[in-house]
Design a protein around this ligand. Sequence first.
Ligand SMILES: CCCCC/C=C\C/C=C\C/C=C\C/C=C\CCCC(=O)SCCNC(=O)CCNC(=O)[C@H](O)C(C)(C)COP(=O)(O)OP(=O)(O)OC[C@H]1O[C@@H](n2cnc3c(N)ncnc32)[C@H](O)[C@@H]1OP(=O)(O)O
Length: 194
Amino acid sequence: MSGTSSTLRPPSDAVAPVRHPDAPAPGELLGAHYEHCFGCGGGQVHGLRLAARAGEGVRITAEFTVQTAHQGAPGLAHGGVLASALDETLGSLNWLLRTIAVTGRLETDFVRPVPVDTVLHLEAEVTAVAGRKIYSTATGRIGGPDGPVAVRADALFIEVKVDHFVDNGRQEEIQAAMNDPDQIRRARAFEVNP
Ligand SMILES: CCCCC/C=C\C/C=C\C/C=C\C/C=C\CCCC(=O)SCCNC(=O)CCNC(=O)[C@H](O)C(C)(C)COP(=O)(O)OP(=O)(O)OC[C@H]1O[C@@H](n2cnc3c(N)ncnc32)[C@H](O)[C@@H]1OP(=O)(O)O
């Protein structure tokens, strides 16, 4: 069963999500929002290196290959790693809204074990928006994009200002991010002006 928590059910005044007019075109790879992100960055040796692609509407597809460093049980992906892949995919939806948001709640169903070397085919969509609250859902399939569902999640993201990162992040990394023109360019894709 999925999405059992009442906090993941959109309130009656929630509205349908609106794709931002400047969102990346359907089919476009999004790239990493931060080089050192465990989910999508290329700068983490054991990171997921999840590659997300814009879909139609407010939808995303993504792929993640389970590495030996991602094991929980012998030869099987760790559940927390799979939850991270879902979280990262769901977080990528914010590129399409051009909204900065962080995960408030993530509920995950683990339906099938996922062996090492498996490509997890992820799909996510925003289902509703209520003020700062963004409701979304995702699935991860194995054996191909139309294969059986191995994991799924429902999430609530909360819109934040860039100050959320500046005020809470370790100063060393915040300064480095502010001094990196690539990071500033990526941040602007979220209409962030650090
Ligand atoms: C210069 C440097 C620039 C760097 C920036 C670079 C790039 C930035 C761009 C993108 C990066 C963004 C994200 C990363 C993307 C993907 C990674 C995956 C996503 C993540 O991995 S991200 C990390 C994990 N994430 C956190 O680290 C959050 C920790 N947390 C908090 O920071 C606060 O907790 C916060 C902000 C969530 C809320 O705090 P707050 O004070 O702003 O708001 P408040 O509490 O009032 O909540 C407002 C309404 O949300 C409801 N609500 C809140 N939390 C809820 C919950 N858990 N369950 C149910 N409802 C909840 C309330 O009930 C209320 O609802 P109502 O309005 O109806 O009363």
